[in-house]
Design a protein around this ligand. Structure first.
Ligand code: 6PG
Length: 465
């Protein structure tokens, strides 16, 4: 069969993506560095094998593809991508297009795009894990308009579809823009996961609930405003039984979370952009602390175990999650506004929210409402959109009760409390940075502005006490 498409890297994600592509009617040639992997993939492809051409060398892969060629890379982010691009330079020409579909740092994608590669290059963020890659991921594409036009049909065919039928694959902007949006997605993913684990902690350590009793709470929340993939799977995680000892699986899992770095990149980039994303930063911080298990054990030995009855209801916890989620996404979207300005990208926030509605890890029904609110006015902070301002007004009292109860009992709620602190800053017209400006002028003569606009830029320091 004649194919215009190739795929390199048949690991879990690459294999699933290749099957998805073949299933949607696009013949595809595939190659993996370890030949036996290619053969095993082909042998296991069933009737889809008819649309798959396995190649045993990179040369035969390229020969198997008819120009204009598009070759998708699904290799580990970082050096492996650079190595693969280098090995393709002798084989491909200016008409050919190489697409990095891994979790690349967008700065690498920018750099590769700017390098003198003898072929065209684009970077796409693909979300949804193995299941998504196989049956419909969300796709955030970055690259030239021509590259997007060439790939649009295929990418939209393999992508998930929102309830209204729109494919969850779109062009985010030039070069690194797709991977940037995917990085913000992952930062939000970390934050959503952290907030869920915080309310889980309140149920476990504050309300003395066992995992099997927590599971139906998440399941119920999944029927309401919080409906989302992550709430749904959290219920399933809490419900699962350990096949080895019959107890709750959750209770047996070591409390140290791993990370491959994308969430951290979001926090790092947010700092570069001076964009406040405290919920995401708190989530990254909490993962880092989780990994320091020995220190935490020593901390508890010295200061005692926290916990005990908290004066909050399950409805409070649900409302706190609703508020936290709105605050987190408001920060994430606002960060993208900063990036668009700094990087001179025309990021389309409503389109991003629409792409995230299905297929990706952070998919949720709330993203429908966010897409709508952002379409009304993309420049307005989401907390000021009438729909979300109303939801916040209804849920903030519960967030305050939950954060206060956690603080009083020593139960950590870093992400939820960071969201609340940011909100309280954001609704305070007269802040407290006048003190900081006074201090800066005191020790460094940095000067300040006056509320009355009069022309006295330095303080009379020392004429008081
Ligand atoms: C997705 C995910 C995925 C990511 C994993 C692991 O959108 O499908 O974001 O791309 O690699 O979630 O991330 P961590 O190992 O950093 O938790």
């Amino acid at each position: 069969t004649q194919t215009h498409t190739g795929l390199i890297g048949l690991g879990t994600m690459g294999a699933a993506l290749a099957l998805n592509i073949a299933e949607k009617g696009f013949p595809i040639a595939v190659w993996n560095r370890t030949g036996s992997v290619t053969q095993a993939f082909y042998d296991g492809a069933g009737e889809l094998a008819a649309r798959i051409t396995p190649a045993d060398t990179l040369e035969t892969l390229v020969q198997a593809i008819v120009p204009p060629r598009a070759i998708i890379l699904m290799v580990p982010a970082g050096q492996a991508v650079d190595d693969q691009l280098a090995s393709l330079t002798a084989l491909l020409g200016p008409e050919d297009l190489v697409i990095d579909a891994g979790n690349a740092n967008f700065r690498d994608t920018d750099r590769r795009d700017a390098e003198e590669l003898p072929f065209r290059f684009m970077g796409i963020g693909v979300s949804g894990g193995e299941e998504g890659a196989r049956n419909g991921p969300a796709i955030m594409a970055g690259g030239s308009q021509a590259a997007w036009s060439q790939m649009q049909d295929l990418l939209q065919a393999i992508a998930a579809r929102a309830e209204d039928g729109t494919p969850c694959a779109d062009h985010m902007g030039p070069s690194g823009a797709g991977h940037f949006v995917k990085t913000v997605h992952n930062g939000i993913e970390y934050a959503d996961m952290q907030m869920i684990s915080e309310v889980y902690g309140m149920m476990r350590d504050g309300l003395a609930m066992e995992a099997p009793d927590i599971a139906p709470v998440f399941a119920r929340w999944n029927e309401g405003v919080l409906q989302s993939y992550l709430i749904e799977i959290s219920g399933k995680v809490a419900a699962a039984t350990d096949p080895l000892d019959g107890g709750p699986m959750l209770d047996m899992i070591v409390d140290a979370a791993g990370q491959k770095g994308t969430g951290r990149w979001t926090a790092v980039e947010a700092q570069h952009l001076a964009a406040p994303v405290p919920v995401i930063e708190a989530a990254v911080m909490a993962r880092n602390v989780s990994a320091r298990r020995d220190e935490r054990v020593a901390g508890e030995a010295r200061f005692g175990q926290a916990g005990g009855p908290v004066d909050v209801s399950l409805d409070d916890l649900e409302a706190a999650m609703i508020a936290g989620k709105i605050l987190c996404y408001a920060q994430g979207f606002s960060m993208m506004t900063s990036a668009a300005r700094d990087f001179d990208w025309a990021l389309d926030l409503p389109a991003i929210a629409r792409v995230w509605r299905a297929g990706c890890i952070i998919r949720s029904s709330m993203l429908n409402d966010m897409a709508q609110a952002l379409a009304e006015d993309p420049a307005r902070n989401l907390i000021l959109a009438p729909f979300f301002a109303g939801l916040l007004e209804g849920s903030l009292p519960a967030l305050r009760r939950v954060v206060a109860a956690g603080a009083l009992q020593g139960l950590p709620l870093p992400a939820l409390s960071a969201g609340l602190a940011w909100f309280d800053l954001m609704r305070q017209a007269r802040g407290t940075a006048n003190m900081i400006q006074g201090q800066r002028d005191f020790f460094g003569a940095h000067g300040f502005g006056r509320l009355d606009g009069k022309d006295l830029r330095h303080g009379p320091w020392g004429n008081g006490a």
